[in-house]
Ligand binder design. Structure first.
Ligand code: 4AD
Ligand code: MG
Length: 479
């Protein structure tokens, strides 16, 4: 008999008809010679109930129906007398496809997140991880659909690169060289001419620079791929391998960039509300009772737009009124997560788009704001900053902090070169990037959304290690 997925079986009202389902046993209980199996095949958070009379099955078969075992069940679909389910299956034949003995690591309910990370090969079979992974899939579909519907082209940027987009030096090297036998020059620097690519290469930290090449040809592109960062940050929000979405758009200005960031995130959250109802309701019940309310609030609210300088003033005011932060937040300091979260969760109580960051804490490619004679600069809506600023435009979210990092790009060759020289950057590997500013340069802007940070927000989970199937973090590359 042809298999019916559990999600379809549960919708079926064709009572009395024969049906075949396959899946894994979530639980089995029995009373008075009747057994009840909760069977799940991953197609939905919901289980289908299998009912059987022990007398109709070999004793050996009934014994082998254990938590985690894989079954093929044939039977009749009937209306269920039990509350909470419309139908159930009265089993006529049960085949054990895969036995599961009592060493199965997922037998106990209520295992800790830490424990589940040690069994990441099996945790997708739990209710919570099943829900998260279905939502993760749906968010990927939302992203592709959003950009496709808005006329963006999916542009594939390389994962192996000779350039460091963010200039932070947090890159994983890619080499086929024998590490015990490296050729070095007189200064002790490694010579790469006999390495696979003939030069030093790494895994990319961002597809942005190549994305800009796409945008200045196709008008509007987006990337969606893995990125790699060898930063030794053991936090609930950092992974060494994460997925990033990077739209890049020609002729987009600062206000339009903010519009895009806001519209895009709201679209994704709305998609989740519309397409992941069962999974979100489960997470709302089991993980975070305010999840649905927060997601609905995000879709309805207007994000606050303010400059870094205005943000610092609010934080300084809070300190004056007795608020204590662990890290300093004077003008020029990089905002810590506690500062971002204060602004979003306590002060404004909604998402914030922050723009015009000090030049010294941002990347070289961002558009520079015009300078004042006193050494300051003028930015968004005429806001005056005490020092040089750039049109870096990040989105800060409740419980996450920075979810998007973006900017308007510096399109002037001379200004960009001056900044590169000021930073004493080695541009030998980026000559092609500078060509965009030499040949038909155009105003353009874009951003990077950390996919796992979006999933954290949409699921209400607390640790980024629990929203990707197999997390990569310092000292952990298992599975
Ligand atoms: O702010 P970031 O470093 O920006 C860029 O890489 C730009 N080139 C993007 C662009 O403008 N095209 O990273 C962008 C986002 C962050 O806001 C955060 O959501 C996520 O990527 N992110 C990380 N997510 C998980 N683990 C990490 N280690 C992350 N680092 C950044
Ligand atoms: Mg950033």
């Amino acid at each position: 008999m042809k298999r019916t997925k559990v999600i379809d079986a549960l919708k079926c009202t064709n009572f009395g008809s024969d049906i075949c389902v396959k899946g894994w046993v979530r639980s089995k209980r029995g009373s008075k010679g009747i057994f009840f199996i909760a069977l799940n095949d991953g197609s939905t958070i919901k289980n289908v109930q299998i009912v059987g009379d022990e007398a109709n099955f070999p004793e050996e078969t009934v014994k082998r129906i254990t938590t985690g075992a894989c079954l093929c069940v044939e039977g009749k679909l009937v209306e269920s007398p039990a509350a909470g389910q419309a139908s159930e299956i009265q089993a006529t034949a049960i085949e054990i496809l895969g036995d599961c003995d009592n060493t199965y690591p997922l037998q106990k309910k209520g295992a800790s997140w830490e424990y589940l990370r040690t069994v990441a090969h099996l945790r997708p079979r739990t209710n919570t991880f099943g829900a998260i992974l279905r939502i993760r899939h749906n968010m990927a579909m939302a992203i592709h659909t959003y950009f496709h519907e808005h006329g963006y082209f999916y542009f594939h940027t390389p994962l192996i690169t000779a350039s460091d987009c963010e200039g932070a030096g947090n890159m994983f090297q890619v080499t086929t060289k024998n590490l015990y036998d490296l050729k070095k020059d007189e200064q002790g620097k490694i010579i790469y001419d006999d390495d696979f690519f003939g030069e030093q290469t790494s895994l990319t930290v961002s597809g942005q620079l190549e994305g800009e090449l796409g945008a200045t040809a196709l008008g509007a592109i987006y990337t969606f791929g893995p990125t790699f960062r060898a930063e030794n940050s053991n936090t609930p929000r950092h992974l060494a391998e994460f997925w990033m979405i990077e739209p890049e758009v020609a002729f987009l200005d600062q206000e339009e960039l903010m519009d895009l960031e806001e519209d895009f995130i709201k679209y994704c959250v709305r998609w989740a509300l519309e397409n992941c109802k069962d999974d979100l309701e489960f997470l709302n019940k089991m993980i975070d009772k305010t999840l649905l309310e927060r997601l609905e609030g995000t879709v309805k609210s207007d994000f606050v737009r303010l400059t870094y300088t205005e943000g610092i003033n609010i934080l300084q005011e809070a300190i004056k009124n007795g608020k204590k932060f662990e890290f300093p937040c004077n003008w020029g300091d990089d905002l810590a997560s506690e500062h971002e979260r204060y602004l979003v969760e306590e002060h404004f109580k909604k998402p914030v788009i922050m723009t015009d960051y000090p030049t010294a804490i941002k990347s070289f490619y961002m558009k520079q704001n015009p300078a004042t004679p006193e050494g300051g600069s003028v930015g968004y809506k005429g806001c005056v900053a005490p020092g040089p600023t750039m049109q870096g435009t990040d989105v800060l979210f409740p419980s996450i902090g920075e979810i998007i990092g973006g900017s308007v790009r510096e399109e002037s060759y001379d200004k960009l070169m001056a900044e590169i020289e000021r930073r004493q950057m080695d541009m030998t590997h980026l000559w092609w990037y500078l060509d965009t500013r030499k040949y038909g340069s155009c105003p353009h802007a874009g951003f990077g959304l950390g996919f796992e940070r979006l999933i954290l927000f949409v699921t209400g989970m607390q640790n980024i290690r629990d929203v990707i199937p197999f997390p990569r973090t310092p000292k952990n590359a298992e599975f």
